[in-house]
Design a protein around this ligand. Structure first.
Ligand SMILES: [Zn+2]
Length: 132
């Protein structure tokens, strides 16, 4: 994997593990480019935000440990096992920024969807998943 790719300074990784997984050849190449690109766009809107990649790959065992009762987004969650989803954490992002990001990509050729939700006060979470 060519790590000389442009990495927006706004982007960080929770641990060395997520960093390795982000550059793993099993990860959807489109997804990697999309996340790098989204980070750049957010950087344009809000200069001081830091986006942390908190989850790339997840095993079935890890999923069962995280969601023993199953999950309302069962299929969505499974996407991490297929290297087709990435979770990002960000502090206090303006909802208009999220809107802007989605508008920006509306007409793009990336076939993905994004779920944005609050995990605890001020901390928000993106789940970005490729459709195919
Ligand atoms: Zn996720």
């Amino acid at each position: 994997m060519d790590k000389s790719l442009f990495i927006p300074e706004v982007l960080g990784w929770k641990t060395e593990n997520e960093y390795k997984e982000f550059f793993d050849s099993r990860l959807s190449k489109e997804l990697r480019i999309l996340v790098l690109s989204i980070a750049s766009v957010i950087r344009l809107y809000e200069k001081d935000k830091e986006l942390i990649i908190t989850e790339v790959y997840r095993t079935l065992e890890e999923r069962h440990r995280l969601y023993p009762e199953g999950h309302r987004l069962h299929n969505v969650v499974g996407a991490h096992e297929l290297w087709k989803a990435i979770d990002l954490r960000v502090w206090n992002l303006d909802p208009d920024t999220v809107e802007g990001v989605l508008r920006y990509y509306e007409t793009s050729e990336f076939d993905f969807f994004l779920i944005y939700h609050k995990i605890r006060k001020g901390v928000n979470h993106f789940h970005i998943q490729m459709r195919s």
